[in-house]
Design a protein around this ligand. Structure first.
Ligand code: MG
Length: 240
């Protein structure tokens, strides 16, 4: 788990220098695919299937502005100054999966975009702070959801974090809204992906094939880490 997640963290770190105005999401995907394979991994999202949709075609999900998650990279999609873009990446290596996401700014961005990204990142930090041996999944969910709503932002409907290990998505489901003291109990040695998806204008989402959008067209941000549950603070497996 440390090795596959290390590659994820390395890639998201390197993208800081790659993502700038004028680059296409196709080119970002190509960079990601090559880096993952050079590190001895396989892109875990490529070919991923869910009922009713064609296999996911790329190594990363690239989700700009009002796209919440699962955006498909394209040669025609050129990033512009002022955009924000969520990049989600999965890596498979030695039988185990890694998964993380980060929202990047493209050049100079608006104050409201800066604030959205900061709130989402802080929500992830607060969720991770609850995650330890003996706690409940609802402790994480409550920490994320109560913080985001208290700041006047919205948790995207229908999208959650998850257990991860020998499969990309495993139990338990890790919602971004919930009640303290409820849900499955966390145990030392478990690995889970926590991933708040936060919108400015509404919790409602619109699905278009793979892609999820904020229903009112406002901005959305996404940060995710895969973590290892321990008796104390969780180990962030995807931190560079
Ligand atoms: Mg995930």
């Amino acid at each position: 788990m440390r090795e596959s997640n290390r590659i994820v963290g390395l890639l998201l770190h390197k993208l800081d220098d790659i993502i700038k105005p004028g680059i296409s999401t196709y080119t970002i995907n190509k960079f990601a695919d090559e880096l993952i394979r050079n590190e001895g991994g396989e892109p875990a999202f490529k070919g991923y299937t869910i009922p009713g949709l064609p296999p996911f075609p790329a190594a990363i999900c690239s989700s700009p502005n009002s796209c919440i998650v699962h955006g498909i990279p394209s040669k025609k999609q050129l990033l512009q100054e002022g955009d924000i873009i969520g990049i989600d990446v999965g890596v498979y290596k030695n039988g185990f999966y890694g998964d993380a996401a980060k929202t990047f700014q493209v050049g100079e961005i608006s104050d409201k975009a800066v604030a959205l990204m900061a709130i989402t990142k802080e929500a992830l930090r607060r969720g991770i702070a609850q995650a330890r041996d003996g706690a409940r999944v609802g402790d994480i969910s409550h920490a994320i959801g109560s913080y985001v709503t208290s700041q006047g932002y919205f948790i995207a409907d229908d999208l959650t974090g998850h257990g991860i290990g020998t499969s990309l998505h495993e139990d338990p489901v890790v919602p971004n809204i919930g009640r303290k003291g409820k849900g499955p109990r966390l145990k030392k040695g478990m690995t889970i992906a926590i991933e708040p998806m936060v919108n400015i204008g509404t919790n409602r989402v619109i699905e278009n094939g793979w892609e999820f959008y904020v229903a009112d067209g406002t901005l959305s941000a996404h940060f995710e880490h895969t973590i290892l549950i321990t008796e104390n603070e969780a180990e962030l497996l995807t931190e560079y």
